[in-house]
Design a protein around this ligand. Structure first.
Ligand code: NDP
Length: 594
């Protein structure tokens, strides 16, 4: 494997920002770090006190007056079609990377009958919906874009832009012949297990009644747009949309439609950070309504060197993924030193290194942003990784433009919108267009869909006393149902690493059932209980989540049952558990013969 293109001092091969855990020599006193931690805690507490409503400050119920924020602006007219009444072997709910890369593995194992049912008008998932200006991926493309070996494709840049990734999704669907049975502009509304038939019955918003032996919930981790519940939001008389439903008919593809417009954008998360530079360069005036700043690091981007690409040997990406999955190796001496350290000392060193990284990010702001008050307001006061870290070279300079205005709401957020635009501290901001960069519903299984397993048990009801799964993928009493990207699975900065691991496992399970002539497989009560306890044990190790500023990573500061989140035992360990399970299927599942 050749690696000359990678910048080793900033990212690991999987794209995770490199916060060194190692003992770093520093001249700073511990008091310096304690003072910063104190400030982090103050900023968190301020935000928690300003919005105690937690996750309920948002709504993803985009119906009634809010229905326009959910309308697909890319798919065109919904094409009329006959209702479908048929049976397939494997059915994917959602057509993003989860479905695409698992389908590829199923095809490799000889599965012919594969259907994708997708709400959008094409495959692509997040890359179908997120077409806002500047959209790109923050994970190196050589790691992020799946199936590069299989498609014999080398990304154009170190960090791919949205349109290239979207085109790659379409290329995967073509290569694996997934368009043939795919159904678009269709939302699955119910998925019900028929015990007599050992089949899933699915209905949709288009009047379909499909049956499937295996169902894979591939609806994405962040797919349903949400809006902040702001008083008067629906009274705004100007134009408005959510970033995942960009209205290019209004802005024009090159944003020239904004030349004479005053634009407001609410939110400064990873999406806004990418959209704001283009808006700043195009709008007559741009108002950015910030509640908490993102951390903005250098984006080390470059075009792929064709000579490097030419030298890549077949299987190069699979090798990279293997490397990313392997636990970071320490020398014996390093390991002995690390093991001898107390838990408190390990945490202290890791926190200090994290604070050093954040202070470097603060320094960069001072170097780039000319107005001192604006620079101060753009400084994030929390540990790195409390929020999704961002990488951008044009975001901070955008604040030096005379037409760009930061409205820092200091944790409070915009709480009122009138027919003319947002109001903050009694000041009315008149805007022509208001863009909501307020994010998405997080990791919900069956997001538009009611799932009923054995004895008609609704999955939501089963989870009411706490999520229960095996590996975040299987849940007892939901035979032949597989969940991708849900809770109780590992979390990876490079999401496709995780999805690929899950996809490989799901394909292995389905292959096992088919080759043994089994009609259904369901996890045992013991296997499920084992996994729930694993999740609980690993989620209780630190108070890091509680110490973080609120955001979707920590359920907006709400306290959660320890099992209702991701598995925190590490990706390496998660992959070992996946292997363990599909190499001992008989131990973890009960099977029903034909
Ligand atoms: P986020 O949920 O991260 O951000 C929502 C933003 O809205 C936050 O800045 C939040 O502030 C702000 N907000 C909410 N209510 C108000 C209000 N009333 N007034 C002002 N601001 C408000 O959504 P994004 O769409 O930005 O990102 C979602 C995720 O998508 C990312 O975390 C990432 O995982 C993914 N993504 C990945 C990219 C990549 O390169 N791989 C690029 C873009 C997105 P506060 O912070 O205070 O809560």
């Amino acid at each position: 494997m050749s690696e000359p293109q990678d910048n080793p001092h900033r990212e690991t091969v999987s794209g995770t920002p490199n916060i060194s855990e190692g003992p770093k020599k520093t001249a700073r006193s511990q008091d310096y770090y304690e003072a910063i931690k104190h400030k982090f805690a103050e900023e968190r507490d301020l935000r928690l006190s300003l919005r105690p409503e937690g996750t309920s400050q948002y709504t993803s119920d985009l119906t009634g007056a809010l229905a326009k924020y959910a309308v697909d602006t890319y798919g065109g007219e919904i094409k009329p079609r006959e209702a479908i009444n048929d049976t397939v072997e494997c059915l994917f709910i959602g057509g993003g990377f989860s479905a695409l890369l698992t389908s590829a593995r199923l095809r490799e194992r000889g599965v012919e009958s594969i259907r994708i049912v997708e709400r959008g008008a094409d495959v692509g998932g997040t890359w179908y919906w997120n077409r806002y200006p500047g959209v790109s991926c923050d994970v190196p493309a050589y790691d992020y874009m799946p199936l590069l070996d299989e498609l014999d494709y080398v990304p154009k840049d170190h960090y791919s832009k949205g349109p290239e990734i979207y085109a790659h999704c379409q290329a995967i669907a073509k290569k694996y012949n997934l368009y043939e049975l795919a159904v678009f502009q269709t939302t699955v509304t119910s998925t019900v297990w028929d015990e007599a038939e050992q089949m899933w019955h699915l209905t949709t918003d288009r009047g379909d009644h499909m049956k499937a032996r295996f169902v894979i919930c591939a609806n994405g981790t962040l797919s349903k747009p949400k809006l902040a519940k702001i008083k008067g939001l629906e009274t705004f008389k100007g134009h408005s949309f959510h970033t995942s439903r960009w209205d290019y008919a209004y802005t024009k593809p090159d944003l020239s439609g904004l030349e004479d417009k005053v634009v407001g954008i609410i939110g400064t998360g990873a999406t806004a950070v990418q959209a704001i530079p283009g808006l700043g360069a195009s709008a007559k005036e741009l108002y950015i309504f910030q509640r908490t700043p993102s951390s903005i690091d250098i984006r080390d981007d470059w075009q792929t060197d064709p000579n490097w690409a030419r030298r890549l040997k077949p299987g190069w990406q699979a090798q990279r993924r293997e490397l990313a999955r392997a636990q970071p190796q320490m020398t014996e001496a390093q390991k002995a030193k690390y093991d001898a350290m107390s838990r408190e000392e390990k945490i202290r060193r890791q926190e200090n290194a994290n604070i050093d990284a954040m202070m470097r990010i603060h320094k960069r702001i001072d170097q780039i942003v000319k107005d001192k008050a604006t620079a101060q307001a753009l400084k994030p006061w929390y540990m790195l990784m409390c929020k999704r870290p961002c990488f951008h070279n044009e975001y901070l300079p955008t604040f030096n433009r005379p037409n760009v205005h930061l409205v820092d709401t200091r944790g409070k957020g915009i709480t009122e919108i009138t027919e003319r635009g947002p109001v903050f501290e009694g000041k009315q901001y008149e805007v022509d267009v208001l863009i909501y960069a307020t994010g998405f519903e997080v990791q919900k299984t069956g997001i538009y869909n009611q799932i009923k397993g054995e004895h008609g048990l609704d999955l939501e009801d089963k989870y009411r006393d706490g999520i229960r799964t095996l590996l975040g993928i299987h849940s007892r009493s939901y035979p032949n149902l597989f969940i991708m990207g849900g809770y109780q699975a590992s979390f990876q900065f490079n999401l496709t690493d995780m999805l690929q691991a899950q996809g490989d496992h799901i394909a292995a399970c389905i292959d096992y059932a088919r080759s043994h002539g089994y009609q259904s497989m369901d996890t045992t009560a013991e296997a499920e209980e084992w996994w729930v306890q694993e999740v609980i044990e690993h989620r209780g190790k630190t108070t890091r989540n509680q110490d973080c500023t609120p955001g979707y990573y920590n359920f907006e500061g709400e306290s959660q049952r320890r099992q209702d989140g991701n598995y925190n035992g590490g990706f390496y360990q998660y992959c070992n558990h996946l292997n363990e399970v599909h190499t001992r299927m008989d131990k973890h599942f009960v099977f029903t013969k034909k």
